[in-house]
Write a protein that binds this ligand. Structure first.
Ligand code: NAD
Length: 494
């Protein structure tokens, strides 16, 4: 008998009013049901927003250092639960245990980091142009926040949104991805255990259209903080534009590693393996393109493909596994569709290109690490986000051409260059148009206290992480205090 998990509304765990539920299955073994979750609808969303609205005034006035104390308690409890939560996460979305431990760790780091803001949340003071007048700016909460998250970082990404939203005095309705509701339940439960007042954080599980959309459209939701695909992000942006509400969007990527002719090749290969096949390529920052200088291309391709061929697919709970499953059947078919597209476009399939049916993989959605060579920069496999273990290698003749290829896409999240030439490293830092550039390191490895996000169709100008996250979840308010006792007019008006 599978466990049944509920929505969290106004401090209580409740069934959906729809009376419907959905199963969450292990992508490494589709016979295994991880849990049964609520299939929420508009009415559930309305109740969650009502709860968030009713607690908004109390929470806005709750001293920020006290809000932060609750976050510190959540972080402490996360440390204790790290291993259990990592195992649950591997069972529900497949990535290998060392990566799910990293996911929980990121939530710990973010919660601690943001809790520190409870005693900062700095504004500015500045002199007035008039005598006996004082000027300052302070942050105020936006109000009611909808946090809508993808499945590939089931605890880290919710923490990027929920922790800064709460410390800045907002109340939240969280709608996790339907492939990873268990990690969402695990995370939210800690806020309850840490003593968060009822109604401040609410969670509804369910599909994007049935639970996500009514949340975005709700008149009382002031900010939608969304992470997911660019296609859905476009819907979110359009819906929010019609309602004139703020939205912060973190979306897809088509990230590249440049390998220059003077690169430390072994290091570059390690980086390309981690970037291309970590999380089975299902990261927004995955290195799905490698742009390699022709002088080292042959050597790089031969060693890189040897390494990739040796990677073992399997259940992420097993220590022998390097690459876990694809999240679900439709995504598996999408990844395989891109293999057919690549072949049809004339790229050469070097390794992989098919489902993995090795022992232990029979019941899951496994795909072999796949490498294409002879890829033209404009092919669909070099332009579109595949979100699977597929790497396209593009050979270039110069450093300038490499930068041009990296920039020649509609996305702009992460990027990397392997070179020993400090001048080229600095030019790359200046000229690659992306939210993140790594030097002599893969496209993966964000740290919570730095801004995270991308340009072009990856984002809409916001950055999570770092102090920049505070700008998403607060409005600036400017305060003028005149203690002259007379009417003073600015701009020298007499
Ligand atoms: P997705 O866009 O399918 O879903 C994301 C969330 O949006 C889910 O909770 C989903 O239920 C919800 N949703 C779907 N349709 C909706 C609608 N009409 N209205 C409201 N909500 C709706 O993405 P996914 O498959 O879960 O995640 C993979 C994508 O996320 C990839 O494109 C990846 O690059 C991206 N991603 C981006 C970042 C980043 O920070 N830039 C991080 C991780 C993942």
């Amino acid at each position: 008998m599978s466990a049944i998990y509920k929505n969290f509304i106004n401090g209580k765990w409740v069934d959906s009013v729809s009376g419907k539920t959905f199963e969450n299955r292990n992508p490494a073994n589709k016979d295994e049901i991880v849990g049964i979750f609520q299939k929420s609808n508009t009415e559930d969303v309305n109740r969650a927003v009502e709860a968030a609205k009713n607690s908004a005034d109390m929470w806005r006035k709750y001293p920020a250092p006290k809000r932060a104390e609750i976050l510190y308690r959540v972080a402490e409890m996360l440390i204790k639960k790290k291993e259990d939560f990592a195992c649950d996460m591997t069972r529900e979305m497949g990535k290998v245990l060392k990566e799910t431990r990293g996911d929980v760790q990121e939530a710990i780091d973010m919660t601690y980091y943001v809790a520190g803001e409870g005693r900062r949340l700095f504004g500015d003071t500045t002199p007035s142009e008039l005598p006996n007048k004082f000027c300052m700016s302070v942050r105020i909460p936006v109000g009611i926040v909808a946090a809508i998250t993808p499945w590939n970082f089931p605890m880290a990404i919710p923490s990027w949104k929920i922790a800064p939203a709460l410390v800045t005095g907002n109340t939240v309705i969280f709608k996790p991805a339907s492939d990873t509701p268990l990690s969402a339940v695990n995370f939210v439960k800690l806020f309850e255990d840490a003593g968060l007042p009822k109604g401040v954080l609410n969670m509804v599980t369910g599909t994007g259209t049935e639970a996500g959309e009514p949340l975005i459209l709700h008149k009382d939701v002031k900010l939608v903080s969304f992470t997911g695909s660019s296609d859905v992000g476009r819907f979110v942006a359009t819906d929010c534009a019609h309602k004139m509400k703020r939205c912060s969007l973190e979306m897809g990527g088509k990230n590249a590693i440049i390998v220059m002719d003077d690169a430390n090749l072994d290091l570059a290969i390690e980086g390309a393996i981690w970037g291309g096949f970590g999380t089975a390529g299902q990261r927004c920052t995955a290195a799905s393109r490698v742009v390699v200088h022709k002088a080292v291309a042959k050597d790089f391709i031969s060693k890189f493909s040897e390494r990739a061929k040796a990677l073992r697919c399997g259940d992420g709970l097993l220590p022998t596994t390097d690459v876990g499953p694809i999240i679900n059947e439709s995504q598996l078919n999408k990844v395989h569709g891109y293999t057919k597209t690549g072949k049809g476009e004339g790229a050469k399939l070097l390794i992989g290109g098919d489902m993995c049916t090795d022992k232990g993989c029979e019941k899951g959605y496994f795909y072999k690490p796949t490498i294409f060579v002879d890829v033209d920069r404009n092919m669909r496999i070099a332009q579109e986000e595949i979100f699977g273990p597929t790497v396209s290698i593009i050979t270039v003749g110069s450093f300038e051409e490499a930068i041009d290829v990296v920039n020649g896409i509609k996305y702009g999240l992460s990027s990397s260059i392997y070179t020993q030439d400090v001048n080229k490293a600095f030019v790359a830092m200046r000229d690659i148009y992306a939210g993140i550039t790594y030097i002599n390191s893969s496209t993966i490895g964000a740290e919570v206290h730095l801004p995270f996000g991308g340009v072009n169709q990856t984002g809409n100008g916001h950055r999570e992480g770092g102090t920049t996250a505070l700008d998403i979840f607060t409005e600036w308010k400017t305060l003028y205090i005149d203690y002259s006792g007379r009417l003073q007019k600015a701009q020298s008006i007499e």
